[in-house]
Design a protein around this ligand. Structure first.
Ligand code: NI
Length: 209
């Protein structure tokens, strides 16, 4: 998806479901059929978690998923988004127990389970890091329509960044996806959304009892 289209899609998704929740005591997720983006993001995946255990999308059925793509050498976007999510889930309190945050690497060559384990430990205690073969990661990125592009840091101007990020970075899509307990797409959370807003967006979908 091109950035402009992604931004538009994000606006649609974030503003769309609000009306459904104006109804008092609305505790069920809004009908996904009403969302113009329903079915456009997500799908089956087979990956390995940060403990080295094989996992598939089916292992997470029954839970809400917050799916973020990124890589551990990312210097700005990924750590900020994961920290904001952690804060938002904390704000939501016990209702957020239904949410499983996932961090899917776009850089499987460097992000082994061990590397991911060290990384996710810095964020929400329930955060699970996911990696896999290049083909497995390519498949999940395609399913979520997340672009990823390796950019070599071989230009002299990139010397400082290279010290932190290594030989390359992976330019990647920065939308976070909220998926329902049935595995279907619910909404998008754009990068730069603050913790209050993330809590508000996610909270609208969670059953209150
Ligand atoms: Ni990143």
């Amino acid at each position: 998806m091109r950035p402009a289209a992604a931004a538009l899609a994000a606006l649609l998704a974030v503003s769309g479901p609000a009306a459904a929740h104006d109804a008092p005591h609305a505790s069920a997720a809004p009908a996904v059929e009403a969302d113009p983006l329903a079915g456009r993001f997500g799908g089956p995946f087979a990956l390995v978690d940060h403990r080295g255990q094989p996992v598939t999308d089916r292992d997470f059925l029954g839970r809400y998923l917050l799916v973020t793509f990124g890589f551990t050498h990312c210097v700005d976007v990924c750590p900020v988004d994961l920290a904001v999510q952690q804060q938002a889930l904390d704000q939501l309190g016990t209702v957020a127990d239904a949410v499983q945050p996932l961090f899917v690497t776009v850089d499987p060559a460097r992000d082994t389970p061990d590397v991911l384990a060290g990384y996710v430990a810095g964020f929400h205690p329930r955060l699970i890091g996911l990696t896999g073969t290049e083909a497995e990661v390519a498949a999940v990125a395609r399913a979520y329509r997340v672009h990823r592009r390796k950019v070599a840091l071989d230009h002299p101007d990139a010397a400082h960044l290279r010290e932190i990020a290594g030989a390359y970075i992976v330019d990647h899509g920065t939308l976070t996806f909220l998926m329902g307990p049935d595995g279907r797409f619910l909404t998008l959370i754009p990068h730069t959304t603050d913790a209050d807003m993330v809590a508000g967006i996610v909270g609208r979908y969670l059953p209150t009892h």
